[in-house]
Design a protein around this ligand. Structure first.
Ligand SMILES: Nc1ncnc2c1ncn2[C@@H]1O[C@H](COP(=O)(O)OP(=O)(O)OP(=O)(O)O)[C@@H](O)[C@H]1O
Length: 320
């Protein structure tokens, strides 16, 4: 069953001082995706792509301008009473009173959460068990994110929204949160997260969507998104061999003595290259062949989007 369903979602911010009609800014433009029960789904995109604007609608904090959104089968805005107790939300800025201690904050939060578990258990889970008596204002940025996460977990949610959960954490902290999120998935929790750490998304997400200027421009499993991008072969140009003599059908870029080739046919290009090297009696030093990473795929998509935006701006200028 689908835990989250988004169909044709649009969200517009009205220009200051006016409502309805034209003007304003459309931050989310016809976004559709779904997240299955027990799945980890990552929403990725450059700054301002529309991730938070989308997630806020799913959290019931804002009403869509168009389209439909369902969380556990309910409208999170109009049927908030059914959805809210079953979801956990970790916002980008928790904003809790900084004079309270970690334990007091968790206890206070448990008091306003229906079917809350023991606050201490949630703190232990995020590795803050030993920091219970520390005031919130004395926590590091990464520890505050952990506290935000503990609060999101207190109601033992079926669906968990994590908006940039690991921002400000050191690599070890990020790894711990990744482990925790995997543990939650094993228990059947559905997780929707936004992140700027692409490696994190690649390792953690069952499926993901990349947003650009309010639209989804790529979606699928991390492997599917990456598979659409060319792989890369690189090696040192053997002494006495001119780059033009290389057998690769695809244009190779030569920088200094390093040759790099981008290809969608990694296996056949590599076979061709290795056969040529054997026949020519040359050694290809520093030979590397690898599929694109999610980071490369992301950058390529983002740059293509920027070029498209520039094209639109140019056309608009030409018409003006
Ligand atoms: N309250 C608001 N009023 C007007 N415009 C807004 C408002 N909130 C966000 N925006 C605009 O909507 C766009 C999308 O913002 P959003 O915060 O959803 O992006 P994001 O993908 O979450 O970015 P980030 O990665 O920086 O958090 C941005 O251009 C932003 O400036």
């Amino acid at each position: 069953m689908e835990a989250i369903e988004v169909e044709g979602l649009r969200r517009r911010y009205e220009a200051a001082g006016r409502s309805g009609g034209g003007g304003g800014f459309e931050a989310v433009r016809e976004v559709s995706f779904s997240v299955r029960e027990g799945e980890i789904f990552a929403l990725l995109g450059t700054n301002g792509a529309g991730k938070t604007s989308t997630v806020e609608v799913l959290e019931g904090l804002a009403r869509p301008n168009a389209g439909t959104v369902r969380v556990l089968g309910f409208d999170p805005f109009t049927e908030r009473a059914y959805v809210r107790p079953r979801t956990g939300v970790m916002l980008q800025e928790g904003g809790f009173p900084s004079e309270l201690t970690v334990a007091e904050t968790a206890t206070m939060w448990a008091g306003v959460t229906s079917e809350a578990g023991p606050p201490g258990e949630a703190l232990e889970r995020v590795g803050l068990g030993g920091r219970a008596d520390v005031r919130v204002k004395q926590l590091s940025g990464g520890e505050r994110r952990r506290l935000d996460l503990a609060l999101a977990l207190i109601g033992r949610p079926e669906v968990l929204f994590l908006d940039e959960p690991t921002t400000g954490m050191d690599p070890e902290g990020r790894q711990e949160v990744a482990e925790l999120v995997r543990g939650l998935r094993a228990e059947g929790t559905t997780v929707l997260l936004t992140t700027h750490y692409l490696e994190e998304a690649e390792q953690l997400a069952d499926r993901l969507a990349i947003m650009q200027a309010g639209r989804i421009v790529a979606t699928g499993t991390p492997e599917q998104v990456v598979a659409e991008r060319p792989s890369r072969i690189s090696f040192r140009l053997p002494a006495g061999v001119a780059a033009e003599r290389l057998p690769l059908g695809v244009p190779a870029a030569v920088q200094g003595r390093t040759v790099s080739v981008r290809t969608r046919e990694l296996q056949s290009a590599l076979t061709e290259l290795l056969l040529w090297a054997r026949e020519s009696g040359v050694t290809l030093e520093n030979l590397q062949a690898r599929s694109a990473s999610l980071e490369e795929a992301f950058l390529e998509i983002a740059q293509a989007g920027d070029r498209a935006d520039a094209g639109v701006a140019e056309r608009k200028e030409a018409r003006a």
